[in-house]
Ligand binder design. Structure first.
Ligand code: SIN
Length: 285
């Protein structure tokens, strides 16, 4: 089989074809895919109707699987695989309360957040339910120099749910909350593989900026977020059944959409890959 790579747009993403991900891949192909992933940050493989064990095998091409954090969504027979299902979603005024409905990077309050997340589409509504990605490497690169200098050494405390979060997170018991990590992450991280600097933002979890007055810190976060979520940094993935999509949580933010008929069924398998502790892009300065 010949591996074909089609960049998705001028900013990010690539569609890869000519592979059957239900089968083990040789070392050279695995290396090639990892190089493509470091470059494009979002890889799309169409027509891969994978079973949970095949999905795990395919995702492991890119790293080591990480335990699901919200255990109630884990598949009983394959606990490293989560189910992203409309049947699990609460409704408010008839609208589904979709998980991940504002741009974010997964579990950023962890000391070692997942480096990647991957989904396989099992069932998809007839319209809507796209997943959007924005490239936070490009967004950082385009900032004015004065702003780059201002944020170079700044950090934000990432918590379970920010006091100004635009969305609600799972409600946890006092015992569960006590076990949840809070981590001061750099506003600008250095990618552990490519070395490329990127903004590291998650308005659902960022509790201001360390060393800044509360309102000033949140205003800075909001300005960076507004900049990074512009359409010029975006790839919007329209799902088809059998799509395997993997993204790099250190290079993109992503968001889900609740714009589909809540009576239609949407179901995807989801895995995450273990990541490293994040370092500032300017750690040596
Ligand atoms: C997620 O944020 O991981 C879910 C994305 C989606 O369901 O579109």
């Amino acid at each position: 089989m010949t591996l074909l790579v089609q960049p998705i747009n001028a900013v990010l993403g690539a569609e890869v074809s000519g592979l059957d991900l239900s089968q083990p891949l040789d070392a050279a192909t695995r290396q090639q895919l990892n190089a493509l992933f470091a470059q494009h940050a979002v890889l799309v493989f169409r027509d891969q109707p994978l079973t949970p064990p095949q999905f795990m095998q395919a995702a492991e091409v890119f790293g080591e699987l990480m335990p699901q954090q919200i255990k109630k969504f884990a598949l009983p027979d394959y606990p490293l695989v989560g189910a992203n299902s409309t049947l699990d979603l609460p409704r408010k005024n008839g609208k589904l309360q979709v998980r991940g409905e504002n741009y974010h990077t997964d579990h950023s309050n962890e000391v070692t957040p997942p480096k990647s997340t991957a989904l396989v589409a099992v069932q998809i509504p007839s319209h809507g339910g796209d997943t959007q990605f924005v490239d936070v490497r490009r967004a950082y690169a385009d900032l004015p120099l004065a702003l780059k200098e201002k944020i170079a050494s700044l950090r934000s405390l990432h918590v379970h749910e920010s006091s100004r979060s635009p969305r609600s997170f799972a409600k946890l018991s006092a015992e569960q909350m006590a076990a949840i990590p809070h981590t001061a992450q750099p506003l600008v991280i250095r990618h552990p593989v490519s070395g490329v600097p990127a903004l590291y933002l998650n308005t659902g979890r960022m509790e201001g900026v360390v060393g800044m007055l509360e309102d000033e810190g949140f205003a800075l976060i909001d300005a960076l977020y507004l900049h990074a979520t512009q359409p010029c940094y975006e790839y919007r993935h329209q799902w088809r059944v059998g799509d395997f999509v993997i993204w790099d949580n250190r290079s993109v933010m992503h968001q889900a959409n609740a714009d589909y008929d809540p009576e239609e069924f949407r179901y995807l398998y989801r895995v995450m890959l273990k990541g490293d502790a994040l370092t500032s892009a300017f750690a040596s300065t």
